[in-house]
Design a protein around this ligand. Structure first.
Ligand code: ADP
Length: 272
């Protein structure tokens, strides 16, 4: 039988998702939480932003409500709407309203993807008023002290149409994330997949070789997430060359020449 025990939970029963700190981000998050300051996390995809927020929410014992923003997401999706059923109209809270009512942490992932009208509801929540006006019901919720708003975005995807307005950005304290330093990334791979330190070191070295190609041949660098995938395949018995090609080359590009070049680097690292 497969061992389905997640490696990413602490051995005791606290169920705090494993997170390897890379700097002073945990302390900064706690200060922000204690002083009701909203937080903006910037950084490339797969570098640990979501895991960090999940870890901090569990540590602070607050419910976490995550919204993956997309280009159709409106303020009504966040705040709520009237639903019609059984001949009556019922109000249904959206995720942001639920988080405010529960005193939870609301995490809006890739906030720049959301429609511009969402800023209308975020602004009064992100200054010292800390209120959520629900236009359609006439209610105005005062956020409890425990409520915290966290948003993230990937500046690499930025274009002129998809950018946070300065008037929105300046309502948050901000942390820049990047891929962890080699020693920390090795620890993450070992904790997440169970591979040994030598294999973790070799995988991180390979990823860092690929990352140097960023902006040249590759739009996106190999993320920590992809490294964890490669490590998981290897730990399951998959040949390292096959695992690295599937997890660290193919997802990065559709260009045959680029894949072939990455494959050569993989074979040089792991080939017999
Ligand atoms: P993002 O939200 O930045 O796209 P995630 O938080 O989903 O990225 O991270 C992707 C995966 O990488 C996680 O599921 C986890 O396995 C691993 N990871 C990245 N950084 C860390 C870290 N500092 N500590 C623990 N795991 C990490």
């Amino acid at each position: 039988m497969n061992d389905l025990t997640p490696h990413n939970f602490l051995a005791d029963d606290t169920k705090i998702p494993f997170y390897q700190p890379v700097g002073n981000e945990c302390a900064l998050f706690e200060y922000a939480y204690q002083h009701q300051l909203p937080l903006l996390i910037k950084g490339p995809t797969g570098c640990g932003k979501t895991r960090f927020v999940a870890h901090m929410a569990a540590r602070l014992m607050r419910p976490l409500i995550t919204v993956a923003c997309h280009d159709d997401l409106t303020s009504a999706d966040l705040v709520g709407r009237h639903l019609i059923g059984d001949g009556q109209t019922l109000w249904s809270d959206g995720p942001l309203t639920r988080a405010v009512r529960q005193g939870g942490i609301c995490y809006l992932d890739e906030i720049v993807e959301a429609r511009k009208d969402t800023t209308v509801v975020l602004h009064p929540l992100t200054d010292d008023r800390r209120i959520l006006p629900i236009e359609r019901t006439g209610e105005e919720l005062q956020a409890p002290e425990e409520f915290m708003l966290v948003v993230s975005y990937n500046p690499g995807y930025q274009n002129l149409l998809k950018n946070l307005k300065p008037s929105t950005r300046q309502r948050f304290i901000a942390i820049q994330f990047d891929y962890p330093a080699a020693a920390q990334e090795q620890q993450i791979l070992m904790a997440e997949s169970g591979i040994d330190s030598d294999m973790a070191r070799r995988l991180v070295h390979l990823a860092n070789q690929f990352r140097q190609l960023r902006h040249h041949d590759l739009e996106e660098a190999a993320s920590t997430r992809l490294l964890v995938y490669a490590a998981t395949l290897i730990q399951a018995g998959c040949d390292p060359v096959m695992a690295c090609k599937a997890a660290m080359a193919e997802p990065l590009s559709d260009d045959a020449d680029t894949i072939a070049a990455l494959y050569e680097v993989i074979k040089a690292s792991f080939g017999k």
